[in-house]
Design a protein around this ligand. Sequence first.
Ligand code: 5RP
Length: 218
Amino acid sequence: MTPDEKKQQVAKAALEYVVEDTIIGIGTGSTANYFVDALATIKHKIEGTVASSNATAERLKSNGIPVLDINGVDEISVYIDGTDESNRYLHLIKGGGGALTREKIVAAVSKRFVCIADDSKLVDMLGKFPLPIEVIPMAQSYVARELVKLGGKPVWREGFITDNGNVILDVHNLQIMEPVKLETQLNEITGVVTNGLFAARPADVLLLGSDKGVQIIK
Ligand code: 5RP
């Protein structure tokens, strides 16, 4: 199977985790897009959705799926989103699509986080995929210098502005042995909005598309 076929396979499998008559959180990226397409087939069974990016909101609306403002929502039953990397503890690196901050907010509000990915995303140690960090533009150079002190090699994502009006630094060369600790440490740098480590609030379930079928890791 190609990576896209595996993403489609796992996106369909995630429909099992949709709780009827509730609000569903929807992630960003190609795997999440396949999930939106799958969700459209059962859209009459849910109350609505909350989107983790403007792009996802547009895709949901074009499929006739209601999109709600998260500030008017008390509870999201389940958040379904892709990832750039996951370890066996379901600590993730996210933000390849630049939507990490809104993704983290939706994950925080959600009772359950179901992560969907093709099996190439499962790794022994996080960090081969450059860690995205959303930064207030004025702090870009300062934050980059602080990241170098931590042993990283930050690269400005040129020409990219997040939905929140900020910039992204992609940090290479990190071997992330203690994801929870590093997530906190990075967020403490002044000017960082958030970083793409989802370790303090990891996924609850990881569904992996593979040639052998969908693998479930909890
Ligand atoms: C976007 C993300 C995505 O979940 C991540 O980049 C995976 O994308 P894809 O499903 O296209 O492989 O974090 O900010």
